[in-house]
Design a protein around this ligand. Structure first.
Ligand code: NAG
Ligand code: NAG
Ligand code: NAG
Ligand code: NAG
Ligand code: NAG
Ligand code: NAG
Ligand code: NAG
Ligand code: NAG
Ligand code: NAG
Ligand code: NAG
Ligand code: NAG
Ligand code: NAG
Length: 669
């Protein structure tokens, strides 16, 4: 074939007999090209006529990806996410056979385009995720064939017209995330074919009850009215919505009890009622055996967790946190075969934890903190190796950490502080591949710190335990550590130089141990350190002047040690909000920057420290300065100097303890 014959055959193809059908086609293409011109939209550059050789396929508008034709006529206009900024022109309905218009995810800013009423066959209209404003017109029911209407995520306001209840062909009605400020019309309950009703995030709705008419929607599977200012009780008749699969009424002001009929719905899979004011007991009888997720957290629920939850063999997530639930967690819940997420923290739960948690299902999150639970943590928590978090702080748990935690590479968080746990840490836990937060404070754990820890460990808090031995030299490999708190343990030996090489460390608590020797003189890379607390150890030697180079340091407590020598003047360069060097053997001059009330309690009980000018209520030294042990200090400008002697220390301790306590509490929470 020659080029010429190819060209000729194209011409033939394009100029076939002018049937009435192709005329209609031409007309529809003309409308589409007019639409493109109206929108001036580069995203539609492939809509073109006449065809070029490279676009031969796409010459026919029915082949344009945004267009669907049926029997050669345009029926669907799918223009999601096309950067359309212009209005919807009235001539769009010259495409007489349109059944679907999707203009979602564009930038259209206008009032509801009533011109669409002329699209007399329209079944689906999606204008969601634009900037449509104004009110929904009261004659919206003229779009009488609509099966799906999505106006969500726009700026529509005012009342949702009750005439919407006349769109009786609707299967899906989406009016979420707008600025509506009336109340939901009860007529929505007339939409008897409705399967999905999405009204969530209309935060400016007038506070009102969930219209009881909604529960007459017998085909409704999906009901989503999060954060839309609902109050009052959930109607009992909700139990008549036999098709209901997904119920989300979270973040409202619902009060009263959860209707017992709800948990009778055989198809129910998702129940989100979190963040309301629901009270009373959770219904005890549960026959909704297909439930996948229950979230009733952040309410005022009392009573116990229903035994029947132990029958929910498909449940993957159970969230009941921030309620006032009491009693024991039923053992049967520990045996649920699909359970992945358990969040029952911040309740009033008592008794022992079901021992079989983790044995029958792949647990991912185990959050039982802030209850009154006793006994041991379940031994098999990580048997199925899916565990990511164990959050069990603020209980009365005892025993050792489960061995399964020592072989649990998905683990990221373990927080078990404030319990009565004891024993050594399962050795594999320290190095667990993904561990990033380990908080064991306020227990009675024993053992020594390992040379190596998980490479992402950023927070290690082991305050108030019985850990012993040395701070290992291997600590230099704990590269990601940000917070290291190990107050009040039995650590001995010196503070290794290696500890000062951690590049991200901000907080270091090693107070109330038995550390001795001198402070590391050469601080390598503590650039980020802001809190250093070494109080109450047996540290001796001098304060390294390099401390003054730690620009981020705001809290420094070296009190109750045996540190001697002068205070390096470099420390005066720090912007400290807390400085405590009291009860040491320091002498010499207090850096002038500290000569103000803010540091009044910072220097008590040292050999002898002198200040040039003094605002504190301290005794004045008469020249030559006499110290407690009788040694004379030699000051160049005697007379301008006052000394803070032991005599002045009496006011300090109580006050100091209070601040420490406060700091400690702040660290825990
Ligand atoms: C819409 O505009 C953005 C930003 O200019 C661009 O990245 C994106 O590709 C455009 N989308 C289409 C479908 O043209
Ligand atoms: C034309 O369409 C066919 C089948 O859809 C495809 O294989 C071919 O690559 C297209 N040609 C052009 C030029 O787009
Ligand atoms: C398309 O044409 C076929 C056969 O002529 C017909 O049965 C069908 O109803 C038509 N579809 C529409 C949507 O008009
Ligand atoms: C609409 O569809 C019908 C049936 O398929 C067809 O007869 C008619 O020509 C189409 N109208 C237009 C404007 O294309
Ligand atoms: C519908 O189309 C007719 C005829 O083109 C026109 O007169 C009328 O104004 C249109 N209706 C709307 C609501 O745009
Ligand atoms: C809709 O938004 C446009 C553009 O911001 C504005 O001109 C118009 O007044 C608004 N209409 C209503 C009813 O708020
Ligand atoms: C709804 O908002 C509009 C515009 O802000 C206001 O004019 C109207 O009074 C409000 N209606 C109610 C019931 O608050
Ligand atoms: C709700 O109403 C307030 C006050 O009229 C307004 O500032 C706010 O933007 C509205 N919120 C939404 C989501 O429209
Ligand atoms: C619940 O109602 C109270 C007052 O009745 C109101 O202050 C509060 O904002 C409401 N909360 C929600 C989530 O609607
Ligand atoms: C649970 O899920 C399985 C499979 O996902 C399904 O076949 C079964 O019907 C569901 N319901 C119950 C009660 O097991
Ligand atoms: C917690 O339970 C105890 C009894 O077990 C009860 O005395 C107490 O009032 C409960 N506290 C709350 C906040 O419900
Ligand atoms: C913790 O358990 C012990 C032993 O059962 C008990 O004596 C103690 O009162 C409990 N503490 C709290 C805070 O419940």
């Amino acid at each position: 074939m020659t080029i010429t014959t190819i060209f000729l055959s194209f011409l033939l193809l394009l100029s076939g007999p002018a049937t009435s059908e192709s005329k209609l086609n031409d007309k529809e293409q003309t409308i589409l090209l007019k639409l493109k011109q109206h929108w001036q939209n580069p995203s539609l550059s492939h809509w073109q006529n006449p065809p070029s050789l490279s676009h031969l396929n796409s010459s026919h508008h029915c082949n344009w990806p945004e267009i669907t034709c049926t029997n050669g006529s345009v029926t669907q206009l799918l223009l999601q996410n096309m950067n359309i900024t212009q209005t919807v022109p009235p001539f769009i309905c010259d495409l007489k056979n349109l059944t679907v218009i999707d203009l979602s995810y564009n930038f259209i800013c206008q009032e509801f385009p009533k011109a669409l009423y002329n699209c007399s066959k329209l079944e689906e209209l999606d204008l969601s995720q634009n900037y449509f404003n104004g009110t929904i017109p009261v004659d919206i029911h003229r779009l009488s064939h609509l099966r799906r209407l999505n106006l969500g995520a726009n700026n529509f306001y005012g009342n949702i017209p009750s005439s919407i209840g006349q769109l009786t062909e609707l299967r899906t009605l989406q009016l979420f995330q707008c600025a509506f400020n009336g109340s939901f019309p009860r007529e929505i309950g007339n939409l008897f074919k409705l399967e999905s009703l999405q009204l969530a995030y209309n935060e400016n709705m007038t506070a009102a009850k969930l219209p009881s008419s909604f529960t007459e929607l017998k085909k409704l599977k999906f009901l989503w009215i999060t954060a839309s200012n609902l109050n009052g009780e959930v109607p009992d008749t909700i139990g008549e919505m036999e098709a209901l699969v997904h119920l989300d009424l979270s973040i409202n002001n619902l009060t009263g009890k959860i209707p017992s009929s709800l948990f009778m719905l055989k198809n129910l899979s998702i129940v989100y009622l979190y963040a309301n004011q629901l009270s009373g007991e959770i219904p005890m009888v549960v026959e909704a055996l297909n439930i996948d997720t229950i979230d009733l957290s952040v309410n005022k629920l009392t009573g116990s967790i229903p035994d029947d939850f132990g029958k929910l063999r498909n449940i993957t997530g159970l969230s009941l946190f921030f309620n006032q639930l009491s009693g024991k967690i039923p053992d049967s819940i520990g045996r649920l075969p699909s359970l992945m997420v358990l969040k029952v923290f911040s309740n009033n739960l008592t008794g022992t934890l079901p021992p079989d948690f983790g044995l029958y299902s792949m647990l991912v999150e185990f959050q039982v903190a802030d209850n009154k639970l006793e006994g041991k943590l379940p031994e098999h928590l990580c048997d199925n190796e899916g565990l990511v978090g164990v959050v069990a702080f603020n209980n009365n748990l005892t025993g050792e950490l489960p061995k399964s935690l020592g072989n649990c590479n998905g683990l990221k968080i373990v927080t078990v502080f404030n319990n009565r746990l004891f024993g050594d840490i399962p050795s594999g836990l320290w190095t667990s591949l993904n561990l990033s937060i380990l908080i064991l404070s306020n227990n009675s754990f024993t053992g020594e710190l390992p040379q190596r820890v998980a490479k992402n460990l950023s927070r290690l808090e082991i305050n108030n335990n019985n850990f012993s031995g040395m701070i290992p030299a291997g600590v230099s490999s704990w590269r990601k550590l940000v917070v290291f708190e190990a107050s009040n343990n039995l650590f001995t030996g010196t503070i290794p130089q290696e500890l000062t090489s951690l590049p991200y460390l901000t907080t270091l608590f090693l107070d109330q141990n038995q550390l001795s020797g001198s402070l590391p003189q050469d601080i390598i890379s503590w650039k980020t350190l802001n809190t250093l607390n070494l109080r109450q150890n047996k540290i001796s030697g001098l304060i390294p002047p390099e401390l003054g180079n730690l620009a981020g340091l705001t809290e420094l407590d070296l009190s109750e040690n045996q540190i001697s020598g002068p205070i390096p003047p470099q420390l005066g360069l720090l912007r400290l909000t807390l400085l405590n060097l009291s009860s040491n053997l320091l002498n010499g001059r207090i850096p002038t920057q500290f000569e103000n009330d803010a540091y009044a309690n910072s220097f008590f009980n040292n050999s002898v420290l002198c200040a040039r000018t003094v605002e504190h209520q301290t005794s004045q030294c008469s020249p030559p300065v006499k110290t407690i042990d009788g040694n004379a200090e030699h000051h160049s400008r005697v007379g301008e100097l006052r000394c803070i002697s032991q005599a002045a220390a009496s006011a300090a301790p109580d006050e100091q303890r209070c601040t420490d306590q406060a700091t400690r509490l702040a660290q825990i929470f």
